[in-house]
Design a protein around this ligand. Structure first.
Ligand SMILES: NC(=O)c1ccc[n+]([C@@H]2O[C@H](COP(=O)([O-])OP(=O)(O)OC[C@H]3O[C@@H](n4cnc5c(N)ncnc54)[C@H](OP(=O)(O)O)[C@@H]3O)[C@@H](O)[C@H]2O)c1
Ligand SMILES: *[C@@H]1O[C@H](CO)[C@@H](O)[C@H](O)[C@H]1NC(C)=O
Length: 281
């Protein structure tokens, strides 16, 4: 490890994607502090430590970051916290001299998007640029583990498709995303990460391709049912435009110059999980 790499990390919110990132950093013996609204000690693995924070208290968060000499703030906060809370985390990072901010992206490319939760993600990047805190954005496409939910498989053991279902989607598995974050942050020099975008891809498939993987039929439907039905219906329409590829450029509504999976290169020699490695039915 070169002396120029980052040494100390803070993770804000350890949920679906934050927890595996925490474990991957600890597996590399990194020094990590977990920012949380309410610590649950029994859920913390050996080597990590909690700091209780109030996301409305910018100086309070900055104090925690300073005391722990945090080089990199990794935000993995959930959707309720993507707006003002992340702006406050950015301001606290600035005050504490944090060198790199990983925003809570971990999805489809959001560059320039203004709508809904995507708009919050864009506002954060604009804010980080304004206050002069470098960011490293990680686009992953859809989590491979979420495929069955995306196609409403459990409702009828079929791949339920709203539109044509032929647009390619990037899929990346959660352990690969976590391993990637830990790997690049503990091995790469700042100039490889600062104000860059990583476009990851473990596998690439359309909804119609997924039916073939699952050895089942495509069912063309007008909506998906169940508790997450309305959201998934909306997301499938969105993915049908091609926007689920990590190479997508929302500003031109087409594949951009940076290829899907181009970010994988920073984890040399890693074998990325394919859909068949993750999704078993
Ligand atoms: N590509 C995909 O398929 C996919 C799927 C899911 C999520 N994502 C993205 O991944 C990112 C992280 O999502 P996630 O699902 O990992 O997050 P999550 O599990 O919903 O939440 C992570 C943590 O955020 C913290 N938090 C802080 N303030 C909060 C607030 N006001 N309300 C709720 N939680 C708050 C909580 O920790 P404490 O309680 O300890 O404070 C929580 O454990 C998001 O940007 C999301 O869009 C992508
Ligand atoms: C982490 O530390 C343990 C105990 O000192 C050591 O056995 C292990 O090899 C270290 N792992 C890495 C990835 O450096």
């Amino acid at each position: 490890m070169s002396s120029a790499t980052y040494k100390t990390f803070a993770i804000a919110g350890v949920g679906l994607i934050g927890r595996p990132i925490l474990d991957a950093l600890l597996a590399r013996n990194a020094s990590v502090v977990v920012l949380t609204r309410s610590p649950k000690e029994d859920t913390l693995p050996t080597g990590g430590k909690f700091a209780t924070v109030d996301y409305n208290d910018v100086p309070g968060i900055a104090k925690v970051l300073k005391e722990n000499h945090v080089d990199v703030l990794i935000s993995t906060v959930g959707q309720e916290a993507l707006g003002q809370q992340q702006i406050n985390l950015a301001d606290a990072s600035k005050q504490a001299g944090v060198k790199l901010f990983i925003p809570s992206e971990f999805g489809v490319p959001t560059v320039g998007r203004k709508e809904g939760l995507f708009g919050y993600k864009t506002n954060l990047i604009d804010h980080l640029q304004k206050i002069g805190v470098p960011s490293f954005r990680i686009f992953t496409g859809w989590f491979t583990e979420g495929i069955l939910e995306l196609v409403g498989y459990e409702t009828n053991k079929k791949v339920n498709v709203i539109g044509k279902g032929t647009a390619p989607i990037s899929f990346t598995a959660i352990p690969d995303i976590a391993g990637y974050v830990a790997h690049v942050l503990t091995t790469q020099p700042p100039e490889k990460l600062e104000n860059k975008i990583a476009r990851l891809e473990g596998d690439r498939a359309s909804l119609v391709d997924i039916a073939a993987f699952l050895k089942t039929d495509v069912e063309h439907v007008t909506e998906l049912t169940g508790p997450s039905g309305p959201l998934i219906t909306f997301l499938q329409r969105f993915l049908d435009t091609g926007a689920g590829s990590t190479g997508w450029d929302p500003l031109t509504d087409s594949e951009g110059a940076e290829k899907p999976g181009s970010g994988n290169a920073l984890w040399e020699g890693h074998q990325w999980k394919r859909i068949v490695d993750v999704v078993k039915v």
